[in-house]
Design a protein around this ligand. Structure first.
Ligand code: FAD
Length: 544
């Protein structure tokens, strides 16, 4: 993969600063990643900067569903349901290694959000709006059928519905989309912050000052068009651009908790009514089950959001309410995460009532801001944003830009003949992993994480454990610069395999210290960060 070697960040920044870009994208979450991918496919010269790690903002902290959002039906947001519902199938075709269908059980409870009639009609309409294929259409269940499927449910459940959603790994999806953009010529640099905006004499935005947060050096990057895809931080950039108007963000915090799978061994994902009538997901995934989410207004720094004890207790109580025999307590917590939804504020509405639709705002200086939206809709959001970029480029230099091509181009790792080809290719990748000496289980794990990139990753296998091969791949081809880039976002160990996080953390720090020639002070700082992050996720106290 060209240009995503961690050690080549510097060269990329220098090149971006030397030759003006067509488009500078600020923000390396899924929104910015999608825009860089779409724009590079349309032949634009694109640079993306991310002040933390790729996906370190909201895009590694979601419920990890590519979904139409049944709850948006209740809010009559039919457009959001239609678009996101249809995108599920598109993303499954383009990236079957990170987007997979999963059955979702919706238990019926007396006094809950749904009656049998509204559940039946709602899920029927959902399938129609989303264009769901016949084999995946919803099925209504009797109480007996519901308990057969999920014996852990409380005995006052009196029926249910089964329908399909899609599971993803948000951080890996983001990185794979960035890799796709880079393979089509884009630059993408993490740990590089847009600190100031540059303007021409006519007041038009002309680029940004980018600070490399690894060595502190600043660069002036010139671009014909600048896009603000900064998620929860978009208003900060709009303030910098002096273009705040009555539109602004409403930040809503959402927490998920993780327990070992054998403490909540669900046969499939369950989307249930909590006692307070909020809907909560419980999603089994390999060795763990995760539960979420909360939805509360947030006013702090989005980079500092963490799960608090009361958020965790709320979710443990919610799980114990619907699965009473599990008696989950704080002692079962093995990880957790918190994120901030960048919603567009609406007068008189609270966080959980506000629309999830996206909007594009163009300021007087020409800064294009894309706000709101969902991970699921990122490809369509990118299409709309790049259409606006194309209008600006046309006005500036008269060029005509082709329309979006992302619907037909596989995302990195998905080069396997779409979702149909995935199953067949998967067994080949597993076989090749076996031939290199990996176990069947590890081969399957790699194939499910990396898809067609499994073969590239296997080149880094040196018989010293899976984590080390993944780490070398992440440094050489996915721009992991610090241990947490790898332990949290490239591997997702912190959330899905907390045990592996704890076991491999010290080796990861040592290997990276050697690879990047860190001095002892930096090595120690990074080791502390790794321990502190684990302590926050498990609600343990930590003193550095
Ligand atoms: P981010 O991912 O936050 O990316 C913006 C990036 O910009 C950040 O990484 C930040 O560091 C960077 N940045 C900011 N300022 C600068 C600067 N000056 N210079 C350089 N970089 C900068 N959606 C779904 O579709 N399915 C779900 O299941 C789902 N569940 C969710 C659950 C929760 C709890 C939350 C919080 C959200 C959920 N969402 C879900 C919504 C989805 O996660 C977000 O819509 C999406 O991730 C937003 O992506 P983004 O790229 O706009 O923002």
């Amino acid at each position: 993969m060209p240009g995503l070697q961690a050690k080549e960040r510097k060269t990329d920044l220098e090149e971006m600063a030397q030759t003006p870009l067509d488009v500078l994208v600020i923000g390396g979450g899924i929104t910015g990643a999608g825009i860089a991918w779409d724009a590079s496919l349309r032949g634009m010269r694109v640079g993306l900067v991310e002040m933390q790690d790729f996906a370190e903002g909201t895009s590694s902290r979601s419920t990890k569903l590519v979904h139409g959002g049944l709850r948006y039906l209740q809010q009559y947001q039919l457009g959001v349901v239609r678009e996101t519902g249809r995108e599920r199938a598109v993303l499954y075709r383009l990236a079957p290694h990170v987007v997979r269908p999963t059955q979702m059980l919706l238990p019926l409870v007396p006094g809950g959000n749904y009656s049998r009639l509204t559940m039946s009609f709602g899920t029927w309409l959902y399938d129609r709006l989303a264009g769901v294929k016949k084999t995946e259409r919803r099925k209504m269940l009797s109480a007996q059928e519901t308990f057969q499927l999920e014996p852990l449910l409380t005995d006052w459940v009196n029926g249910g519905g089964l329908y399909y959603e899609y599971l993803t790994n948000d951080a890996r999806l983001t990185v794979d989309v960035i890799k796709s953009a880079v393979s089509h010529g884009a630059f993408a640099v993490n740990h590089a912050k847009a600190e100031g905006l540059l303007y021409g004499g006519d007041g038009r935005i002309r680029g940004a000052t980018i600070r490399d947060r690894v060595d502190g050096k600043a660069y002036e990057v010139q671009a014909k068009v600048v896009v603000n895809a900064a998620g929860p931080w978009v208003d900060q950039l709009r303030k910098m651009d002096h273009s705040m108007d009555e539109k602004h963000l409403l930040l809503a915090k959402g927490v998920h908790i993780v327990v070992p799978y054998d403490r909540l061994p669900l046969g499939r994902a369950v989307y249930f009514d909590n006692v307070d009538k909020r809907m909560i997901f419980a999603i089994p995934r390999g060795k763990i089950t995760y539960i979420g989410t909360t939805d509360t207004e947030y006013e702090g720094d989005p980079a500092e959001v963490i799960p608090e004890r009361e958020d965790v207790q709320y979710l443990l109580d919610a799980a114990s309410y619907i699965f009473p025999s599990t008696h989950l307590t704080l002692a079962d917590l093995c990880s957790s995460w918190a994120g901030v939804r960048p919603l567009i504020a609406e007068d008189g509405k609270q966080a959980d009532e506000v629309s999830r639709k996206d909007e594009i705002w163009v300021s007087k200086s020409g800064l294009i801001t894309i706000a709101g939206g969902k991970l699921t809709a990122f490809r369509k959001m990118a299409e709309r944003a790049v259409d606006r970029i194309a209008v600006q480029l046309h006005a500036l230099d008269g060029r005509s830009i082709v329309s979006a091509r992302t619907i037909q181009v596989p995302i990195s790792g998905g080069e396997c003949g779409g979702s149909e080809g995935f199953a067949q290719q998967r067994s080949k990748w597993v076989q090749q992993a076996r031939e290199r000496g990996l176990s069947e289980e590890d081969g399957v794990y790699l194939a499910d994480q990396y898809g067609s990139n499994t073969l590239r990753l296997l080149d880094y296998w040196q018989n010293d454990g899976l984590a080390m091969a993944q780490l070398r791949y992440a440094e050489e081809e996915e721009r992991a610069v610090y241990p947490l880039d790898f332990l949290v976002r490239r591997s997702s160990y912190l959330f899905f395999e907390p045990q592996r996080y704890a076991e491999s953390a010290a080796r990861v720090v040592d290997q990276m210290a050697q690879y990047f020639h860190w001095n002892e002070q930096l090595r120690e700082e990074q080791a502390n960060q790794v321990q502190r992050t684990y302590a926050i996720a498990t609600l343990k106290t930590y003193a550095a």
